[in-house]
Write a protein of this length. Structure first.
Lengths: 333, 177
């Protein structure tokens, strides 16, 4: 199986080219209509698709945006192990950037040609048409930047740039077919599956494994659990001074392990011995006195171990009456 | 050879039946005259939902939803998702999500976020067990069977490696000594 991703400037005939390639090669075209079906199978509707539309990038994307983009990525990855794909837009060239069995194409055309296409559908003066095209491209670039941190205009993201006002759809499609054959991207279902399973797709949740250096393995595991449930987290993002010297400099501080920005909640996990918990309790009490508006949840020893073990990670602590069996289904939360 | 052993009964079949009867009365009163949909979260809530539905004195649609689970092999599957969706259209209807147990609130948070988007007239939660000591994501719980401490329990829908769900009571499960 192979994947051809097509990014396109607005009104550059990228859609027509994608349709033609998909028809010529017998690949499945993943465009907006197809995505609506996929998204619905993941429990979302067309309304949510609007939230993740690359032509409607939010000025300040919220957590819901990211959740929906995660759906989109998951849906695309699911599909990629089953069918040959032509992925139109949606940052496909980034999602599958390092996948060997792909061809990343950018479709462009001159401003004059794009303006003509736009004006055939929407009769507006040249200047307004140019502004609309520039804005549409800006939205696409912004969407890719927000969700993948990548530069949509960077030519090194693409294996091939096709200029349709010179080549047209026919010649452009022929060129893409030739490039796909040269790269031998077809018939790699198992390899693409393994590649996705290994978590190497861009944007796949891997914050816990590639993120900060955790002090304790259980913290890394909790981070993975939070990733799974699409809860954004920050690791030790802030220290709260608890005592100061005469010069006003902090002499004691408390740094909770996690901050969950969408919940405005700090999490503190401890696997300390009981003798050391007393000091931590004192700090927690002091933090609550000094910062009454801070929401902090503390998981102590056994509570924390059973919480983590619930997710099937660590072996059971023998004889621990409160520890949960290690691989219980973790759905019932 | 089983490595774990069943411990003491936490809630007997009679206690569960009695509490479900009370919940049924309460829900029947609150939802009288409303178009109620009970959405059981598979697999654990199946037992509870069936008994709860039979304790209602008002009409209600019954449906189920299932989502993927986190586990040792979850890295490859990425993020939580719906595995089996509701069959019922819930827009404009009164949806009551029925859970076997709520503890961290992570799963429930995901479910409520998804279901809220579908525009139900109201969205409430009914759980048989509430283990609030583990709560990370807070949710209002309209109907609660029992509050339980941080102990591992099985039975009446709750499993360990897909076993024990069929117990008519809820009991502690101990690891091997």
């Amino acid at each position: 199986m192979g994947i051809i991703t097509i990014a396109r400037q607005a009104e550059s005939r990228g859609e027509a080219l994608a349709e033609r390639i998909a028809a010529d090669l017998g690949y499945t075209l993943v465009d907006r209509a197809h995505l609506e079906q996929l998204i619905q199978s993941h429990g979302l509707t067309g309304r949510e698709l609007d939230d993740i539309d690359e032509e409607q990038a939010s000025p300040a994307p919220g957590p819901a945006d990211q959740v929906h983009v995660n759906y989109l990525q998951e849906a695309l990855l699911d599909l990629a192990v089953k069918e040959d794909l032509v992925v139109l837009g949606r940052g496909g060239q980034i999602l599958f950037r390092d996948c060997p069995w792909t061809l990343h194409v950018k479709v462009v055309a001159s401003m004059a040609a794009r303006r003509t296409i736009l004006q055939a559908r929407q009769p507006v003066p040249d200047a307004e048409a140019d502004a609309l095209l520039a804005e549409a491209d800006r939205q696409r670039a912004e969407w890719v930047r927000q969700h993948y941190g990548a530069d949509w205009a960077d030519p090194t993201q693409y294996d091939l740039v096709v200029r349709t006002d010179r080549l047209g759809v026919e010649e452009g499609a022929a060129l893409i077919r030739l490039a796909a054959e040269q790269r031998r991207i077809g018939a790699h279902l198992a390899e693409i599956g393994a590649w996705i399973e290994s978590g190497r797709a861009e944007g796949q949740p891997e914050q816990a494994t590639s993120g900060p250096a955790f002090v304790h393995p259980s913290e890394a595991e909790l981070a993975r659990v939070l990733d799974f449930y699409r809860i954004r987290w920050e690791y030790e993002p802030k220290s709260f001074p608890l005592a100061w010297n005469e010069a006003g400099q902090p002499t004691e501080a408390f740094t909770p392990d996690f901050y969950l920005p969408d919940l405005d909640l700090y999490l503190e996990l401890t696997t300390l011995k009981q003798s050391l918990v007393t000091d931590k309790n004192r700090k927690v009490r002091k933090l609550r006195e000094l910062y009454p508006d801070i929401r902090l949840k503390v998981f102590y020893g056994r509570d924390f171990r059973s919480l983590i073990q619930k997710y099937g990670v660590s072996p059971l602590a023998p004889g621990s009456a409160t520890a949960g069996p290690a691989d219980r289904e973790a759905r019932s939360t | 050879m089983r490595s774990e052993t069943l411990g003491e009964v936490v809630f007997s079949a009679e206690q569960i039946a009695s509490r479900i009867g009370e919940l049924g009365e309460e829900i029947s009163r609150d939802y009288a005259g409303r178009d109620l949909v009970l959405a059981g979260v598979l697999r654990g809530a199946a037992f509870f939902l069936v008994d709860l539905a039979r304790a209602l004195t008002i009409p209600a649609a019954v449906d189920f939803i299932a989502i993927s689970s986190y586990g040792p092999s979850s890295k490859a599957s990425g993020v939580v998702r719906i595995v089996k969706d509701l069959e019922e259209e819930i827009a404009g209807r009164h949806l009551l999500v029925v859970e076997d147990i709520v503890d961290t609130g992570l799963t429930l948070g995901y479910l409520l976020r998804i279901l809220r988007e579908r525009g139900p007239a109201s969205l409430q939660v009914c759980t048989l067990l509430d283990r609030s000591v583990r709560r990370i994501v807070e949710h209002p719980i309209a109907y609660r069977g029992f509050e339980i401490p941080d102990k591992f329990v099985v039975g009446y829908g709750l499993d360990y490696q897909q076993r024990y769900r069929n117990l008519p009571y809820i009991a502690l499960l101990h690891p091997a000594a």
